[in-house]
Write a protein that binds this ligand. Sequence first.
Ligand code: PRP
Ligand code: HPA
Length: 181
Amino acid sequence: MNIETVNQTLSEADCLYDQQQVEAALDKMAAAMTQVLKNSDPLVLCVLTGAIIPAGHLLTRLNFPMQIDYIHATRYAGETSGGELNWQVRPSHPLAGRNILIIDDILDEGITLDAIMAHCRAEGASEVYSAVLVEKQHDRKNGLQADFVGLRTDDRYLFGYGMDYKGYLRNAPGIYAVKGL
Ligand SMILES: O=P(O)(O)OC[C@H]1O[C@H](OP(=O)(O)OP(=O)(O)O)[C@H](O)[C@@H]1O
Ligand code: HPA
């Protein structure tokens, strides 16, 4: 996309949740996560690239001991429909015996989260929890539910707070739906 198209996409998009609404959802998520995870010494796995922004916002709201790592898995690669999951970086910490918290920006069809959870379990993780800022509502999901969900949206193509449209607009300060998608 050229810069004009990026700017036009943003100006034409529907804002589904503004920054204040997202921040309030992050507060609620963090409170729920604290209740469950505060004594579990979790290893947090941020799923790059999209989790960069929600993880940053969430983790400073969690005031208990944890370690933080990242993984890089992608199956959209700048497209608006997903393909095969492609692992770019696996976790560098050993997962055996650890309580794991996976943080991602969005649960759409659930394939990414399912594969990452399966990987953690295969490596011998104890409990595996998942937190997503957004869960999309549609009937193409694989049945997986995240333990902590910030916001729910209709079945539109989204960007902002970590989610990209064609590689851009992850930094948009709200949750937006692309016009016509
Ligand atoms: O539930 P699913 O249908 O599997 O989709 C969700 C995944 O898609 C996005 O990642 P993407 O592959 O676009 O990589 P990115 O994190 O670099 O944006 C998003 O960050 C989730 O990881
Ligand atoms: O709607 C979306 N937007 C951005 N990234 C995504 N990955 C899965 N669904 C989406």
